[in-house]
Design a protein around this ligand. Structure first.
Ligand code: FEO
Ligand code: CA
Ligand code: CA
Ligand code: CA
Length: 609
């Protein structure tokens, strides 16, 4: 790493060391404030947080497991709407009935008859989704939530509309929406996107974990997405009394049980895996699932810079082992005066092929091209978008080591993606963009589109970083990482306006502080110079958490990040004994809570400079 005493570069802070402590750490000269932890009231009658709040109270409070996030300014840099996702929940921390049970981070309490308590299921549903909350900086420099009519919770129960080619498709028909126009809720919202017209995109990642589908004969639009006989959440088992299922919960059982799709929920899995547009400025607006962006485990969406009169371009990764990176190019040109979400409803979806010589190609996912057509099961555009993974398989896209966040360099237009890891990649599956078998540590790829035109069909790529310990890593200069910057499992990625590349890590909770991840300690955030590759650790988080979500105010004087799932490393046995790995942020014996943090500088300067 560069000597911090060497004078001002893009990175002007002293690196923080690896941490294993149950606390959050920023560089010297920086300050931290915990803002908006799980359960903080933001709307309605503002019910105060308690770990055993009921489902109705949770619907008026911050959800759990904060992830992607954006700050929409209202006035300058001290007043705005903070909008963030709640990726999932940790049921054992939110139900009094879980106390003393040997439950892991994903385990749900079951009743003696094997059913689930619907009150618990509704609380979990209401801890998912999106929060919109107005925040302001006070005269003392401290930030706080403000009561505002725009504050809103979107949950796994909020009505939503389909737009784009799948709207009205028979495969979206359900008893709830016999015409296939609507659904309820958004799930497992990981990273996000911000449209150039000022709306928020929330992205549905591991939605398949919520469904069960028994028996043979599932369509590829479900089997290719790992919808099967096991549901992690078992929401479909909610029963008010023996044998009496709750309809809003039973819809997560996609097993065909009746004569037609209008009498069971075989099509419900098709309602998830989309990018959802939310207008944070209109609390009465209906979120829209934009089906032309394809259906997969969307981590997030990142836009190329817009140009008046040119198509709109965005990129999105499918975060699962051996899945793909996609690009969407709008059919209609971008015009600032008229742009809105309908631009996302017509265009072309592509999947990326990375050749070993450093070139790349965008493969159009369109019937009649790249092997797609009736003969391969993709007769229509709707067939392609509903099973985008299968279409990209046929087209010959490159299976990647779990594409997570993307970011576009505001100076050069280069596109960066984190490929977080892939322990399942075998030696014979190694290629230049996925260069390691049993890839524990992950890498960051970047590319420039031909002629720096984001609509181009070819690009040139290189690896920006091979993450890892000091023996298994490589920075842009070809050097190994060192104690100031070693990292594993890069996930969150964001460029600030000065071109600092912020990199956040998500070493899985089951792996944290165990070999081979022991040298990295707790998850962290680093900043990189995209030109020199210089890289320095900026932040370390508490025990068991991942670090995710990153945005600054327009003046870059305040940065918001999220600490997700502190204490998730707690074993089932320790949980049963009441011994939690983390009590962050309150400390003492408190239940750990995901939270948004505000980072500022004691001298009021720009973050990172
Ligand atoms: Fe939810 Fe791929 O991280
Ligand atoms: Ca996450
Ligand atoms: Ca992620
Ligand atoms: Ca991750």
């Amino acid at each position: 790493a560069r000597d911090p005493s060497a004078g001002p570069g893009l990175l002007g802070f002293a690196p923080v060391p690896v941490s294993r402590a149950d606390t959050a750490v920023v560089p010297s000269g920086y300050r931290l404030q915990v803002l908006l932890p799980w359960g903080e009231p933001i709307t309605g009658d503002y019910p105060a947080f308690a770990p055993d709040n009921n489902a109705a109270q949770q619907a008026l409070q911050m959800g759990m497991h904060h992830d992607g996030m954006h700050f929409f300014p209202l006035q300058g840099s001290g007043d705005g709407l903070l909008v963030l996702n709640h990726e999932y929940a940790e049921p054992r921390l939110m139900h009094a009935a879980a106390a003393g049970l040997p439950l892991g981070a994903f385990d749900v309490p079951l009743r003696a008859d094997g059913s689930r308590d619907p009150e618990q299921v509704y609380k979990e549903m209401n801890a998912h989704g999106v929060s919109v909350v107005r925040i302001q900086r006070g005269a003392d420099g401290q930030w706080g939530a403000v009561r505002d009519a725009r504050n809103r919770r979107i949950t796994a129960l909020t009505p939503m509309e389909f737009r784009g080619p799948l709207r009205g498709d028979p495969r979206l028909e359900t008893p709830y929406s016999p015409e296939g126009l609507m659904t309820r809720g958004t799930l497992n919202n990981c990273s996000h996107g911000v449209t150039p017209w000022g709306t928020y995109l929330t992205c549905e990642e591991n939605w398949h974990f919520y469904f069960v589908r028994e028996g043979d004969g599932a369509p590829a639009s479900q089997s290719r997405y790992s919808v099967g006989p096991q549901s992690a959440w078992r929401w479909h088992l909610a029963a008010a009394e023996a044998g009496k299922r709750d309809e809003a919960c039973a819809r997560f059982d996609a097993t065909p049980r009746a004569a037609s799709a209008l009498q069971d929920y075989r099509n419900e899995p098709h309602a998830f895996g989309w990018v959802v547009e939310v207008d944070p400025f209109d609390p009465d607006s209906t979120p829209v699932k934009r089906t032309h962006l394809g259906r997969f485990s969307h981590e997030g969406v990142v836009f190329a810079p817009v140009e008046e009169g040119r198509p709109l371009v965005l990129y999105s990764g499918d975060d699962s082992a051996f899945e793909y990176i996609y690009k969407f190019v709008s059919a209609r040109p971008w015009h600032r005066a008229t742009a809105d979400g309908s631009l996302l409803d017509e265009g072309t979806l592509y999947a990326a092929r990375f050749a070993d010589d450093g070139s790349g190609e965008w493969l159009a996912l369109v019937p009649g091209q790249n092997g797609l057509g009736a003969q391969s099961g993709f007769a229509t555009l709707a067939d392609v978008l509903l099973n985008a993974r299968g279409a990209a398989d046929v087209a010959g896209a490159t299976p990647l080591d779990r594409p997570e966040w993307g970011a576009v360099d505001p100076g050069t237009g280069a596109v960066y993606f984190t490929l977080t890891n892939n322990k399942r990649r075998r030696e014979e599956q190694v290629d230049a963009v996925n260069p390691r078998p049993a890839n524990h540590f992950g890498q960051i790829v970047r590319w420039r589109e031909a002629d720096d035109d984001h609509t181009a069909l070819t690009f040139d790529w290189e690896l920006f970083l091979l993450a890892g310990d000091t023996d298994n890593s490589r920075d842009l200069q070809g050097n190994a990482l060192d104690e100031d910057n070693l990292l594993a499992m890069p996930d969150g990625l964001w460029f600030d306006a000065d071109r600092r590349l912020w990199i956040q890590t998500d070493i899985s909770d089951r792996d944290q502080n165990k070999d081979p991840y022991r040298p990295m300690g707790n998850n962290a955030m680093l900043a990189a110079d995209p030109d020199t590759g210089e890289l320095r650790r900026f932040f370390t988080g508490p025990v068991g958490a991942e670090i995710t979500g990153c945005v600054t105010t327009p003046d870059q004087r305040a940065m918001f990040i999220n600490v997700q799932h502190p204490g998730a490393t707690t074993s089932a046995a320790d949980f049963a004994r009441g011994q939690l790995d983390s009590h962050w942020p309150e400390g003492g014996g408190a239940v750990p809570r995901s939270a948004t943090l505000v980072i500022t500088r004691e001298d009021g300067g720009k973050i990172g400079s």
